[in-house]
Design a binder for this molecule. Structure first.
Ligand SMILES: NC(=O)c1ccc[n+]([C@@H]2O[C@H](COP(=O)([O-])OP(=O)(O)OC[C@H]3O[C@@H](n4cnc5c(N)ncnc54)[C@H](OP(=O)(O)O)[C@@H]3O)[C@@H](O)[C@H]2O)c1
Length: 235
């Protein structure tokens, strides 16, 4: 039986991913922020679900994740860094450094913390995969063409996702020799709480596509940025 860890798994895309991996008989390790969210998941997914309560903006989360994995999972096959928040300020004169800091903390440092906590277990899998949920708005190439100009997208979100993409590239290059696949994905413009103004995609169908794609990939796919089963993305 395979094991998957999904961050931000109590709502939105993360919950849909939790549902699809659970119904495909995976052992699931959803990372959530509160004990109430963990309890809700235990009720909704009574078997093979081991919630981890951790705030990924804090270094404590590394030990919290590691402890549950040490006690419950021999190996870990898939880590999905999905947890995230959106920003608001899109004009330089109103940008708050606190907002930028908060978004870097979850989208970049949160992903680093999850990987640091789970890497010993990933090394025990035959096909370990780390998937960072990025965004089209993290694409420097697309941003530079002006495609998203004047659309009110925040500095904090675009900067944090671009930095997370750089993390994906660096990590993929470092871990290739260890057979650990590292990829970035754009899930689509989802109809979730963190939605954009042009949201058009049901998160359940996005999760289904992501699941099917993850099942197919191995080290030969490491380093790609894609919208699973839809399109390749430009870095
Ligand atoms: N929605 C879109 O159209 C879209 C497009 C491209 C990329 N994405 C990316 O896809 C991912 C999921 O988006 P979504 O729309 O499903 O978001 P969402 O519905 O707002 O859910 C975000 C999840 O992240 C969790 N989270 C936030 N901060 C956290 C922290 N410090 N520690 C642990 N968990 C934390 C939330 O937990 P709480 O319930 O405790 O707040 C929640 O479970 C994000 O990375 C987002 O940037 C989304």
């Amino acid at each position: 039986m395979e094991n998957v860890l999904i961050t931000g798994a109590n709502r939105g895309l993360g919950l849909e991913l939790q549902k699809v991996f659970y119904s495909s008989s995976f052992n699931t390790f959803p990372v959530v922020r509160t004990e109430a969210a963990a309890e809700q998941l235990r009720v909704q997914f009574p078997l093979r679900c081991y919630p981890i309560v951790a705030d990924l903006t804090s270094d404590d989360s590394i030990e919290r994740i590691r402890m549950i994995l040490d006690n419950t999972a021999h190996s870990l096959d898939i880590v999905i860094n999905n947890a995230g928040i959106s920003g608001t300020e899109y004009l330089i004169e109103t940008v708050r450094t606190e907002e930028v800091n908060n978004l870097f903390n979850i989208h970049c440092l949160g992903a680093i913390r999850t990987v640091q906590a789970s890497i010993p277990h990933l090394r025990k899998s035959n096909n370990p995969r780390i998937i960072n949920v990025s965004s089209r708005l993290g694409s420097l190439t697309r941003m530079a063409t002006g495609e998203f100009k004047d659309r009110g997208f925040s500095y904090s979100y675009r900067m944090a996702k671009a930095a997370q993409n750089m993390f994906t590239i660096c990590l993929g290059q470092e871990l290739k020799k260890d057979n650990i696949t590292v990829c970035a994905i754009h899930p689509g413009q989802l109809l979730t709480r963190g939605r954009s103004t042009d949201a058009n995609t049901d998160p359940a169908s996005a999760a289904e596509n992501i699941y099917k794609w993850i099942r197919e990939i191995d080290i030969n796919s490491s380093g790609v940025f894609v919208q699973p089963l839809v399109q390749n993305m430009s870095w």
